[in-house]
Design a protein around this ligand. Structure first.
Ligand code: GTQ
Length: 349
């Protein structure tokens, strides 16, 4: 019996399968090659969402329902291979959230971890753990599990950001808890910028004690990230598969910023073409700057700023930048690494 073939059928065998099904059994030999595959076989497919289309549809939603009535006015990025499952990859969720000037998305908390990646607009706020942060394009913001969070837009412009959550992962474990605060906004007890100053300036309070697994920083401003990338590029040393790729970390332990979602940012200089790469963590990319294309398996997607695309597990991926490009991305790598199942293959096609 091979892992890639199924045994033949016969009338006796079919009768047997019907009999055992009535007793709530099934025969492993008929499904073994589907459930234990030699390499990952994902229902998730490569796909790109153009920001222009997304924004047009979101603005239409803005006329249809308020942020408050919707609780969260979000268009889910539905992977075409995983329809009606609210997933962009098998383990991760992505959505685009619109908050119009003057609106609030009321305070709630849940056991799912969330990240925000700011796509369009500037000056809207998210509050987490009694602190508000102003969000600007390219900022990476986290909401750790079970922390109160509410969003508001006191700026003059509509604000759109991408939400990345571990919703499918929590569904797999049946570990979802959620509750509303019953107020639009939570009490603000800390000055804006407090956590970045306290934990994001290469220092920690002298008697700091680790609480939870998420980073105590909750806004990683793009201005700092971009400046760091620009300084690093001067060495002109490029990883063949990634260009210059960095992880957003939890400064307390050097691990990823979030317990279940691994966030990254990478710079690909003009004209750079990456060597083929695959990994078991399906990855969501959002283009911050630049234009180019990404080949995922046998499909090529042209991208420009604010477009979002997804690379399923174990698909070979090649990025090519026509202009200096910066890509934000997130995946479940941190979870897979904790479980000891993550794999990668470099120079792979
Ligand atoms: O902003 O809290 O896209 O709870 C999905 C679920 C956003 C949020 C989403 C959420 C949120």
């Amino acid at each position: 019996m091979s892992l890639t073939e199924k045994p033949q059928s016969s009338p006796e065998r079919e009768a047997y399968y019907e009999k055992i099904a009535r007793q709530d059994f099934s025969a492993l030999w008929n499904v073994l090659s589907d459930i234990i595959t030699p390499t990952p076989k994902s229902a998730c497919v490569p796909h790109l969402w153009e920001f222009d289309t997304a924004k047009r549809l979101l603005m239409e939603a803005g006329e249809l329902i308020t942020a408050k009535e919707a609780e969260r006015r979000v268009l889910i990025l539905e992977n075409p291979g995983l329809r009606s499952q609210s997933r962009i990859t098998t383990s991760l969720y992505a959505g685009l959230q619109l908050v119009l000037p003057g609106e609030v998305a009321p305070a709630h908390r849940h056991s799912q971890s969330a990240l925000r990646f700011v796509m369009d607009g500037g000056g809207a706020c998210t509050a987490v753990n009694g602190e508000r942060t102003l969000m600007h394009e390219g900022d990476f913001v986290i909401t750790p599990p079970w922390t109160w969070h509410d969003h508001g837009n006191e700026s003059e412009r509509p604000m759109i950001w991408m939400d990345g959550l571990d919703i499918p992962m929590l569904s797999l474990f049946d570990a979802s808890f959620a509750e509303g605060l019953g107020e639009d906004t939570q009490a603000i007890t800390k000055p804006t910028g407090d956590s970045l100053a306290r934990y994001g300036a290469n220092m920690l309070p002298v008697d700091f004690e680790k609480k939870g697994l998420a980073s105590p920083i909750f806004n990683y401003p793009y201005a700092r990230t971009r400046e760091a990338l620009e300084t690093m590029r001067q060495r002109d040393e490029w990883d063949p598969c990634h260009g210059l790729k960095m992880r957003y970390i939890n400064p307390v332990d050097g691990g990823f910023a979030m317990p279940t979602i691994a966030p990254f940012v990478q710079l690909l200089p003009k004209g750079f073409k990456t060597a083929g790469y695959r990994s078991t963590d399906a990855t969501v990319f959002s283009v911050i700057e630049g234009t180019g294309r990404t080949t995922i398996g046998d499909k090529t997607f042209e991208w420009k700023p604010k477009d979002i695309f997804v690379v399923p597990s174990w698909y070979p991926v090649v990025h090519e930048a026509d202009a200096d490009a910066v890509l934000f991305s997130y995946s479940d790598r941190v979870a897979q690494q904790k479980l000891g199942i993550w794999r990668e293959a470099r120079n792979s096609d």
